[in-house]
Design a binder for this molecule. Structure first.
Ligand SMILES: Nc1ncnc2c1ncn2[C@@H]1O[C@H](COP(=O)(O)OP(=O)(O)OP(=O)(O)O)[C@@H](O)[C@H]1O
Ligand SMILES: Nc1ccn([C@@H]2O[C@H](COP(=O)(O)O)[C@@H](O)[C@H]2O)c(=O)n1
Length: 676
């Protein structure tokens, strides 16, 4: 996952390949709660690992369920009729699928609970659910604003006697989660009598209720319904664990890759995007996004657990669609509309206004930043793409702590104007798809020369590695420590018994070409040996300097260094990054510091690692190394013609990093809006 302040997506050319999607959020959190209410142990396979499931798991532990996690498999032993542990303060983050059903379930289980969330959760309505529970006789207080979390369930003396003879009335036109919450909680009270729930107003997002009913059935609860307006929980209902449950992949998450298949082709001749984990027979309502994508031109085929999507009509066809049945996935249509001919209208999406953010306003604002025309109404959005290629704008997309805004706007990186797109706060995807961008990059195609590279070259101990690693971390870019390649080659040569000299040049070069080197978790591996420490000594640096003067060795290491230029970008440090390896890089920095300063820094560095050091010897060594690096015939150390020189003798590390980042921002088309 990218924890950076923003993630810049370079203009992407195409996409092809296979993606495995994470588990469905809606199914994951429903299954967790149903398992918690059941008798027996449920093994949940392929559970989504995300912020929203995390808060649910934590809450279930707090109320006394036994929860064992092993990767994506979670084993839950439910309460099975026992009282939950109370009092408890439960933090629900911004997870509506946890807040609403848990409120209802805890109200019917008895005990004293406070449920709260992030500030946005405290703006998301829950009043209709609370009103329905109060109708029953439940004692629930608002701790902030009426109608919104945080709230308190005050059943210290146990569950009060409930008024179950009359149907419970609940609104269905604000959020279907209120009805889901009641349907999952009421079986706890349906031991001796049937309980009816009546929906007031039109039931929105009906497919989510269908998921609830299907999952309830798996946990032994039969719910009858008349025309989706009246639901009856049959007397004698009792939660019983089914033993094990598999969570299917998230159909809403599939929408981004369905869209990707619809709007891209592949330069390599590979055909389309294959999505694994969810198929045309999915129980999730958002699978009907496939119909909408087909209407826009996508060619979608599929089987029980997979989908295959290819571009059909191009440009895409504009649509006018009632999206009530696919509220979450419909956001993706708003971005697909950027690639359509004409105006796309998405209707009946009032629920967008009370989601993670006001999604209608958010989508309209961000689409406009890209150059589109977006008109918003109380329950619709109308999108007209930029009139001409030249009307597209490079935008910094604000994501409103809304995972879906972040994910669907990544699709704007395929714009015909070939402009980059900045996604602010990319980690918000953690709500449902923590590795979304990694999945996107695994199928996205871009000509390598278009992947941005920042080169930081300079003499020994000038701070290149430190600054480059920090810049890479701030941008979410990959990091290439090219010096390590020479250090490892020298080590491998010596271990193979080769002296580092011209006589052994060819053999060392052959060795370098097939170096079994891996950089993993901050460690450097040569085959199965951890050489992290061994290559950091001054002697190893000197050997590297000798080996790096052999032209054949330099040539042998070129491909390996180029292989680091991958999405979303690269920061490379060394001696010839800007002059030889990445001559087209858009930013080249030559980082220097005076010799005394560098010797002192290296001295402190070695001492702190427990290596013996003498500052005068160090200075002599680094000057010798610089002299050899500067005077060698191939790829000598020198600033590239277009490099910016930064003497950081009097700068702190952070100041040097900021300087490089500032230079980088100045080269970005959306620099100004990134300051918001
Ligand atoms: N601006 C700075 N102020 C103080 N210390 C710094 C600064 N920049 C780097 N250092 C420190 O100097 C030491 C050497 O830095 P670093 O290893 O990044 O240099 P380098 O140029 O990559 O060296 P080499 O060429 O040998 O790989 C490190 O301990 C680092 O923390
Ligand atoms: N691009 C590069 C990087 C390094 N070298 C040589 O390797 C030696 C070790 O590099 P460090 O950055 O890890 O100290 C260095 O002294 C150079 O001789 C190189 O030639 N080209």
């Amino acid at each position: 996952m990218f924890h950076t302040a923003f993630l810049d997506l370079p203009a992407l050319d195409g996409a092809a390949g296979t993606v495995d999607l994470p588990g469905s959020k809606s199914i994951s959190n429903r299954v967790l709660l149903l398992a918690a209410l059941s008798e027996g142990t449920t093994v949940v396979h392929d559970l989504l690992a995300s912020d929203d499931t995390r808060v649910m798991l934590d809450a279930l532990r707090q109320i006394g369920c036994t929860v064992d996690e092993a990767g994506s498999t979670v084993r839950i032993t439910g309460l099975g009729g026992h009282a939950p542990r109370s009092p408890a303060k439960l933090f629900m983050g911004n997870a509506g699928t946890a807040m609403r059903p848990l409120t209802a379930a805890l109200a019917l289980l008895g005990g004293e609970f406070e449920l709260s969330g992030v500030p946005r959760m405290h703006e998301r309505p829950i009043g209709d659910l609370v009103q329905a529970l109060r109708q029953l006789g439940c004692l629930i207080d608002y701790l902030g604003n009426d109608g919104y979390p945080p709230l308190r369930i005050a059943h210290v003396q146990g569950v009060p006697s409930l008024a179950l003879t009359e149907p419970i009335r609940v609104r269905g036109d604000v959020s279907s989660q209120f009805l889901t919450a009641l349907l999952m909680a009421l079986p706890l009270a349906a031991g001796t009598q049937s309980i009816a729930v009546e929906v007031v107003g039109e039931l929105i997002s009906r497919p989510y209720i269908a998921i609830t009913l299907q999952l309830l059935e798996r946990f032994g609860i039969v719910v009858e319904h008349q025309n989706w307006q009246r639901f009856t929980i049959v007397a004698g209902s009792r939660y019983q664990s089914p033993g094990s449950v598999h969570v299917e992949s998230d159909a809403s998450s599939a929408s981004y890759f369905i869209a990707l298949g619809a709007l891209t082709t592949s330069a390599t001749g590979q055909k389309g995007i294959k999505i694994q984990g969810v198929g045309l027979d999915s129980i999730q309502g958002d699978i009907r996004f496939v119909e909408a994508a087909r209407a826009m031109g996508a060619v979608v085929t599929g089987g029980p657990n997979w989908l295959q999507v290819e571009r059909g009509a191009w440009p895409l066809k504009a649509i006018d669609l009632d999206c009530n049945h696919i509220p979450d996935a419909a956001m993706t249509l708003a971005v697909m509309a950027l690639y359509a001919e004409g105006t796309t209208t998405l209707r009946n999406i009032a629920s967008w206004r009370v989601k993670e953010t006001d999604r209608i306003a958010a989508m309209a604002t961000e689409l406009r930043k890209l150059g589109a025309t977006a008109e918003e109404g109380a329950d619709y959005i109308r999108v007209t793409p930029p009139a001409n290629v030249a009307d597209w704008k490079a935008a910094s997309i604000h994501t409103y702590d809304d995972h879906r805004v972040a994910m669907c706007f990544s699709l704007a990186a395929f714009n015909p104007a070939r402009l980059p797109v900045r996604i602010e706060d990319p980690k918000c995807v953690a709500k449902t798809f923590p590795d979304y961008f990694e999945a996107l990059f695994s199928v996205a195609q871009v000509e390598t020369s278009h992947i941005p590279v920042i080169c930081i070259d300079g003499p020994t101990a000038s701070g290149k590695g430190t600054v480059a690693a920090a810049v890479a971390q701030r941008l979410g870019y990959r990091f290439l420590d090219s010096g390590a390649m020479y250090r490892i080659t020298a080590l491998a040569a010596l271990r193979a018994g080769f002296a580092i000299d011209a006589d052994h040049e060819a053999r060392i070069a052959t060795l370098a070409q097939t170096l079994p080197v891996r950089f993993e978790g901050g460690k450097v591996w040569l085959g199965s040996d951890d050489v992290t420490e061994a290559i950091r000594t001054e002697e190893a640096g000197m050997n590297a300097s000798r080996v790096s003067a052999l032209p054949a060795v330099r040539t042998a290491l070129v491909d390996l260094q180029h292989s680091f230029q991958r999405l979303p970008g690269l920061v490379a440090d060394g001696r010839d990054m800007g002059t030889v390896i990445f001559p087209g890089a858009p930013l080249k920095v030559f980082l220097t510091a005076n010799a005394a300063c560098r010797a002192e820094r290296r001295y402190k560095q070695l001492i702190s690692k427990g290596f013996p050091a003498n500052i005068d010897d160090l200075r002599a060594d680094l000057e010798a190394r610089d002299a050899r690096d500067t005077s060698r015939s191939v790829a000598p150390l020198k600033p590239a013609q277009d490099a910016l020189v930064l003497d950081n003798s009097d700068l702190t590390i952070e100041q040097a990093v900021e300087k490089v980042l500032t230079w980088w921002q100045e080269r970005q088309p959306f620099a100004a809006s990134a300051q918001r």
